[in-house]
Ligand binder design. Structure first.
Ligand SMILES: [Zn+2]
Ligand SMILES: [Zn+2]
Ligand SMILES: [Zn+2]
Ligand SMILES: [Zn+2]
Length: 574
């Protein structure tokens, strides 16, 4: 470890960072390549040793207050660990191969060197350093045309970088070269967390954690004792890498970019089997698309992979995006990420259509302009409300249940005014009725009902007919006022719950649904639901007013005790 005293121990060790990853894979805290990253509640990722076995009070990057949210200690991010392992594995493997080929060449074992180089080129056809090695082996065996072919490929691939490298190699003393190969970070000699020891530990850990996903949570963080003893394999690797600095450097600089080391499947959500969209990492270290995880949590507050309770996580409700994963996706598969986002936007656009396939909440009768508070706890409706919010419409259709049809032929659009999310995922949704509609076609999506609809519109009248309608409107409104003022105690108490009778409107035909006060009255009068629905579906204001007048007169003529209003609340319980 200390073959080169002037260099700091960490800088001396070969810390391999895939080119093109730049600062991406560095820990924001120690500035070294991330080791066993833990994604904290703000969405940033830090090395396990940087956390020192506990979550710091604040994130060193964004200063956000951090919480553990129901798990005993920080858990490593499984997806990020796998990505790092994959990057490091191939890089190290190729660097090792180059070193071995050179080893054979210096000993005059050209055939062995060629065999090994051949294997390497098959493994990584795009790796220039391996092509160069093979060319040297060909030369040693006198196979000049083949050597020339390889060298041409090398020059073609990256002539400029290659030339620069050659110049740099010639100009720089070896020790300085080696010193500059690692990150410039200080540290005590014999640091238990030195990168090669870490790499070894990581390998062992990952090896051990392969298999059942659940088992990885039983494993603790490696003890300092384990970390202090890098295995023989690491020593050998280290020796191989150090054996030929030039080979190692060439391998490093000519490594394929991050995108070539990873495949899309490394960045897939295990729930939707698509590329992560807004990846979020749970306190247990598992990563899913935000939307996918939320859907799971609608059903039960546990991690879909390891069953860890996510009650606290759900309660905090922040679902911070895993920043590093998002950055890696952007750096490696920008086109696919854009495609994934477009697909999502198309789905959202479909959700925001307000006549085709609109979400239908089957629960209670609701009316234009009348408040309709809802208690939402059924998973499918939780999803529905979230989708309405996300699509930006904040609207859905409300219909009553009807035997044999799943829901009635007529309904009312509801607009979400306020949403109170409860700690366990249920929500109190304050909505108000919008336009009435008629169902044209019934459908399903994500477990809830949908419908193609057409909006209802009251037939407009003019001239004499309008004058008649206006006087009918006046007299009915007066009756409504009398009813509200002179009803019995029970009905007045009920009326108080719903506030005063709404004001008259200037233009009774301004709204497609007619004056709002009519709907308010219909919503509180003790009417048979089927009769309510009949009034609701009528597009004649005249017919509606006539019916209302008839009902009000009947109610006012009855002795107070004979028409107690039913003790009902319009709050729908779903
Ligand atoms: Zn760190
Ligand atoms: Zn942060
Ligand atoms: Zn997903
Ligand atoms: Zn989990």
């Amino acid at each position: 470890m200390n073959r080169d005293p002037p260099s700091p121990p960490r800088g001396d060790s070969p810390v391999w960072c895939p080119p093109g990853s730049g600062e991406l894979l560095r820990c924001p805290s120690c500035r070294l390549q991330l080791w066993e990253p833990v994604t904290v509640s703000c969405g940033h990722s830090l090395c396990t040793p940087c956390l020192g076995g506990a979550v710091p009070a604040r994130c060193p990057l964004c200063q956000e207050k951090l919480k553990l949210l129901g798990v005993g200690g920080p858990r490593r991010n499984v997806v990020l660990c796998n990505l790092l392992e994959k990057c490091e594995d191939r890089g190290r493997r190729l660097a090792g191969l180059v070193a071995r080929v050179r080893h054979h060449l210096t000993r005059g074992e050209a055939k062995e060197a060629l065999g090994m180089a051949q294997k390497g080129v098959e493994l990584a056809p795009d790796d220039i350093s391996l092509r160069r090695c093979r060319a040297e082996a060909f030369v040693a065996l006198g196979q000049y045309p083949e050597a020339l072919e390889d060298l041409e490929a090398v020059c073609k691939a990256e002539p400029t970088e290659h030339e620069i490298l050659a110049q740099e190699d010639a100009a720089r003393p070896r020790a300085a070269h080696r010193g500059s190969s690692g990150p410039q970070a200080g540290g005590d000699s014999g640091d238990p967390a030195s990168p090669s020891a870490r790499a070894q530990d990581q390998e062992e850990e990952l090896e051990a954690s392969r298999g059942a996903v659940v088992s990885e949570h039983i494993q603790g963080t490696p003890t300092p004792g384990q970390q202090q003893e890098p295995g023989a394999e690491a020593e050998r690797q280290h020796g191989l890498l150090a054996a030929n600095e030039e080979g190692t450097e060439a391998a490093k600089c000519n490594q394929p970019y991050l995108g070539e080391l990873l495949s899309i499947s490394d960045l897939e959500c295990s729930l939707c089997i698509r590329m992560f969209l807004e990846p979020v990492t749970t306190p247990c270290g598992h990563t899913f698309c935000k939307e996918c995880l939320e859907r799971c949590l609608d059903h039960r507050p546990n991690c879909p992979l390891c069953k860890q309770s996510l009650r606290e996580y759900l309660k905090a409700g922040s679902y911070s995006c895993t920043v590093l994963l998002q950055d890696i996706m952007l750096a490696t598969f920008p086109a696919q990420l854009a495609e994934r986002r477009e697909l999502h936007q198309a789905e959202m656009a479909e959700l925001s259509n307000l006549t085709k396939n609109i979400p239908i909440f089957v629960c209670t009768m609701s009316f234009p302009g009348v408040a309709c508070p809802l208690h939402v706890f059924e998973p499918r409706y939780r999803l529905m409300i979230r989708q309405c919010q996300e699509a930006g419409t904040r609207r859905f259709g409300m219909c009553v249940y009807e035997t044999g049809k799943s829901f009635a032929d007529y309904g009312c659009m509801l607009e979400i005014r306020q949403l109170e999310l409860l700690a366990d995922g249920r929500s109190l949704v304050d909505t108000v009725g919008g336009r009435r509609f008629r169902v044209l076609r019934r459908g399903h999506r994500d477990g809830y009902n949908t419908a193609d609809i057409e909006y209802l519109e009251d037939k407009k009248v003019a001239g004499e007919e309008l004058q008649e309608l206006q006087s009918l409107h006046e007299s009915t409104y007066e009756l409504a006022q009398r009813f509200c003022e002179h009803g019995d105690v029970a009905s007045r108490r009920l009326l108080m719950q719903h506030g005063p009778l709404p004001e008259k409107e200037e233009d009774i035909q301004a709204s497609a649904d007619g004056p709002m006060w009519c709907w308010w009255l219909i919503s509180i009068l003790p009417l048979d639901p089927s009769f309510q629905l009949r009034l609701f579906s009528s597009t004649s204001l005249r017919a509606r007013l006539t019916q209302l007048q008839r009902i009000l007169l009947a109610l006012l003529q009855q002795p107070p005790a004979a028409h107690p209003l039913p003790e009902h609340s319009p709050r729908g319980h779903i």
